[in-house]
Ligand binder design. Structure first.
Ligand SMILES: Nc1ncnc2c1ncn2[C@@H]1O[C@H](COP(=O)(O)OP(=O)(O)OP(=O)(O)O)[C@@H](O)[C@H]1O
Ligand SMILES: CCCCCCCCCCCCC/C=C/[C@@H](O)[C@H](CO)NC(=O)CCCCC
Ligand SMILES: [Ca+2]
Length: 500
């Protein structure tokens, strides 16, 4: 390449049989060329292509002019691939061969492995043989020799890998996960998700599309998206972590029913969803929460979390300032709001939970990395009203604009079912006998004292009482959030896909 004044390198590029001029601008590192053919009508870019150098996957020479080579003017480069410091060189890959439509292995081998090879990334691949294989394995291997862990599967598989990684880091840092008050050690090893599951909500909500190649490219270019994680405890015992949905009632019941129908594949959620909707079960209990004070946004905002999100950035800065002033434990004294009631659903979401089924998700303005969760309380209402609420997850109308739906942005919350509350008070009341699932005071009244289960990122969790705390940006993903399209020349305008 020649270097004319102005920090621009200029060379010629052969695209098929036609040649064109290609320039590389040092600042801000953009590679530009014009299509050799005249621009198509209606194409605003006028046939110009722009690719940031940081997003070039690999450069390969197809043929070298022998004469130039011998003259010493040309030197054959070894295959250059690392264009930025943050790119991974060695990855540990876990494939769930049974997730979603059971295509994980094929997707990895046909769509992802060739791209990793092109980018000169070396991999150790583990095809899981049973549930918890990946999680257990992460406690045994030397994770520190890897630049990232990749999971090929759905939200459940991601959850397994995340539990393994967080657990391992805490173990190595001497931190007891059972203490809900202990600050956790952050995980600097990034996790990549190659979607091959049934809902793939974590991939959709952090990338904007469920597409294995796009996710592979985000891994290769070394993107980094921090993610909030909620820790769930009961009686000083650690239960689970959650990054997408922690739901009691409707989504817990769907999951409990659908787990028996795994053989149906992703269709099990439609079947169990319909059945759970008809059952119209409500649950009594008490929800207590601390409203998030240190965050900038609100769950009723019109603005969503997007790449480089201002709200996530500002909240993190605020948290760091508080830490510097020694105020990080101040929230313990913050006031608790208590709500007793009958609920069809209690949903706590750390992110929008957007997925192909619901493109704006359960809480469209929730943020990936703002240290808070949106707590959505759907009180007992008619079946018709509940259906109206559900349908609004699929259209542009506001799903929080109902008198029976409340939404709060929280840092911590607790839930206790009425059954457990009653049991706890009955321990003192020794003479009283319980009548199974029904109200002991009025056996004929059929008060609903049954318990639901929690849907924790698509895994069931049975606990009638939980204590939940959001851990700001505990893990990092190979992703960059959902992008806004401003520059049509750099990206394919019809999807979120990166150019390769
Ligand atoms: N080899 C295996 N055999 C059986 N179960 C496995 C195996 N490997 C992983 N699992 C478990 O399968 C569960 C579901 O996997 P995964 O999340 O990939 O698919 P899914 O449930 O269809 O998708 P989604 O979670 O997006 O709805 C995970 O909880 C994981 O622990
Ligand atoms: C008449 C039309 C009504 C349509 C209603 C559609 C509402 C869809 C909301 C979808 C919300 C998904 C929340 C994501 C949860 C994931 O962590 C979890 C694991 O993958 N998936 C499920 O539990 C699977 C949950 C599947 C629910 C159907
Ligand atoms: Ca959040």
């Amino acid at each position: 390449m020649e270097q004319p004044p102005g920090g621009r390198l200029v060379s010629s590029l052969l695209l098929g049989p036609r040649g064109c001029e290609v320039t590389l601008e040092r600042e801000p590192g953009l590679l530009r060329w014009r299509d050799p053919q005249p621009p198509r009508r209606g194409r605003s870019s006028g046939g110009e292509n722009v690719v940031p150098a940081s997003e070039i996957i690999a450069v390969e020479e197809t043929e070298i002019d022998k004469k130039q080579c011998d003259s010493g003017k040309w030197q054959k480069m070894s295959k250059p691939h690392a264009f930025t410091e943050s790119r991974p060189k060695q990855l540990l890959v876990y494939i769930n061969p049974y997730g979603g439509k059971r295509q994980g292995k094929r997707i990895y081998e046909q769509k992802v492995a060739p791209l990793f090879h092109l980018a000169s990334i070396s991999t150790d691949v583990v095809i899981t043989e049973h549930a918890n294989h990946a999680k257990d394995n992460l406690f045994e291997v030397n994770i520190y020799k890897y630049d990232g862990i990749v999971c090929v599967g759905g939200d459940g598989m991601f959850s397994e890998v995340m539990h393994g990684l967080i657990g391992r880091i805490q173990k190595d840092s001497g931190i007891d996960q059972n203490n809900p008050k202990t600050p956790l050690a952050q995980c600097s090893i990034r996790i990549g998700i190659i979607p091959a599951g049934s809902t793939d909500c974590i991939c959709y909500a952090t990338v904007g599309i469920v597409d294995p190649e796009t996710s592979a490219l985000h891994i290769i270019v070394g993107d980094c998206q921090p993610l909030d994680v909620s820790s769930i405890h009961h009686n000083n015992t650690f239960l689970k972590y959650s990054v997408s949905l922690l739901g009691y009632g409707f989504y817990g019941d769907i999951l409990r029913d659908s787990e028996k129908k795994r053989w149906m594949g992703p269709a099990r959620y439609d079947f169990s969803g319909f059945k759970t909707f008809l059952s119209h079960q409500y649950y009594e209990g008490t929800v207590s929460f601390q409203p998030a004070k240190g965050t900038v946004g609100s769950p009723r905002d019109k603005e969503s979390c997007r790449t480089g999100c201002r709200i996530c950035r500002q909240t993190k800065q605020l948290e760091e300032q508080q830490k510097n002033y020694g105020l990080e434990h101040k929230e313990v004294e913050d006031e608790w709001k208590v709500i007793k009631g009958k609920f069809l659903a209690i949903n706590a979401v750390n992110m929008s939970c957007a997925c192909p089924r619901s493109p704006k998700g359960l809480s469209p303005a929730a943020h990936l990395a703002d240290g808070s969760a949106d707590l959505i309380l759907v009180r007992k209402c008619s079946r018709f009203n509940f259906l109206r609420y559900l349908v609004r997850h699929t259209n542009q109308d506001d799903q929080f604009d109902f008198p029976f739906v409340d939404v709060y942005r929280v840092k911590r919350f607790q839930f206790m079912s009425k059954q457990l509350e009653d049991n706890e008070s009955d321990i003192k009341d020794v003479g009283k006998k319980r009548f199974g699932q029904f109200c002991s005071d009025h056996p004929a009244c059929c008060c609903n004292l049954a318990n639901s289960t929690w849907n924790c990122d698509g895994e069931t969790l049975d606990s009638s009482a939980v204590e939940v705390k959001v851990r700001c940006q505990l893990v990092k993903l190979f992703a960059r959030g959902i992008e806004n399209y401003k520059d049509e020349t750099a990206y394919n305008s019809s999807s979120n896909e990166l150019l390769s």
